[in-house]
Design a protein around this ligand. Structure first.
Ligand code: G3H
Ligand code: 13P
Ligand code: ZN
Length: 316
């Protein structure tokens, strides 16, 4: 069942974080829904601008509709990840999305607020929620490259002003993470001091953590052993998700880890079966492995086991 992002956040706030997982193809979609049902978790399925143009946005939306029929017990929101204004407006018009993210974090504060406000007005008129971003993560987002050294953490005072003036429903904060597989060069990690300061100024307001993949070292080792070359890849410590959730982090975005599962499964499969040229055998393994990965991730987030607790909220 496709549900409201805001309602999912209300239930989760301060207790657990909802996993927001990116999809690009049918195998990811199947594994994602299976893994969330296996772990009895509500979740958010998200589509980036890049994913919308990989095959065709209608293909991804149709896969989500199909998964909703194949897994009728599932409860999830549909979200646009890292949209610009045009993509947000397109999704709002379509009526299919529970929420959109407007990412104008590379703009000045005033311009970011101005753009976000326009998206909020259009979205709220159709009952759709808006995630906005303040501060910049390190790493690469879509086509905007941000030097990791110059990563600009969210200013807690600005966060309060930003939320009040923009009217957004949740805020993506830069709290030490970055996108991709190379997040930290040393002992850096989540900036709980910054999260705490933001929550103090915005009590009860849902915060979003992007760049939350853990980049499991055993996954990286298997990829490298099967011919990959991922030196120095490092991610967020998943055991910290629950502490972040208690401080208001209500949505945790994970994409890279899923790509690592895909990469490991396919590299290992073709290394072990050099005679194979069929996409289905590794595809089958990937769907099962991805489902297992999602279920494990939901344990760290605390969303595992919450499915039947949220269901009564959405009874018609
Ligand atoms: O934050 C970015 C997400 O991982 C989506 O990545 O833009 O390559 O689809 P993408
Ligand atoms: P990762 O690259 O850490 O998976 O982050 C994904 C993300 O933030 C999607 O918006
Ligand atoms: Zn992101």
């Amino acid at each position: 069942m496709i549900v409201s992002t805001v309602e999912l956040f209300k239930h989760a706030y301060g207790k657990y974080a909802v996993g927001a997982y990116n999809i690009n193809n049918a195998e990811q979609t199947m594994g994602l829904f299976r893994g969330n049902l296996d772990s009895k978790a509500p979740f958010i399925v998200q589509i980036s601008k890049g994913a919308r143009s990989y095959t065709d946005k209608r293909m991804l939306e149709a896969m989500i509709r199909a998964a909703n029929e194949i897994f009728p017990e599932s409860i999830f929101a549909v979200h646009l990840d890292h949209g610009d204004e045009a993509a947000c407006m397109d999704c709002i018009k379509s009526g299919f999305y529970s929420s959109v993210m407007i990412d104008a974090s590379h703009e000045s504060l005033d311009k970011n607020i101005e753009i976000t406000r326009r998206v909020v007005d259009a979205a709220h008129a159709k009952g759709i929620a808006v995630e906005a971003e303040l501060g910049q993560l390190g790493g690469v987002e879509e086509d905007i490259a941000v030097d990791e050294a110059a990563a600009n953490l969210t200013n807690p005072d600005q966060a309060k002003e930003f939320v009040e003036r923009s009217g957004c429903d949740s805020l993506a904060c830069a709290i030490g993470t970055s996108h991709g597989a190379y997040k930290f060069t040393g002992k850096q990690g989540l900036r709980f001091d910054v999260i705490e300061a933001i929550q103090k100024r915005l009590p009860g307001f849902p915060l979003v953590m992007h760049g939350s993949s853990s980049v499991p070292q055993e996954e990286v080792a298997k990829i490298n052993a099967a011919g990959g070359s991922m030196k120095g890849a490092k991610g967020v410590d998943a055991t910290q998700f629950k502490r972040a959730a208690q401080l208001g982090v209500t949505k945790v975005n994970i994409d890279t880890d899923g790509r690592l599962v895909w990469c490991r499964v396919h590299r290992e499969h073709f290394l072990q079966h050099p005679e194979n040229f069929d996409l289905r055998p590794p595809g089958k393994i990937f769907m099962a492995e991805y489902a297992k990965f999602i279920a494990e991730k939901n344990n760290y987030l605390g969303s595992a086991g919450q499915l039947e607790c949220v269901r009564p909220l959405f009874k018609k």
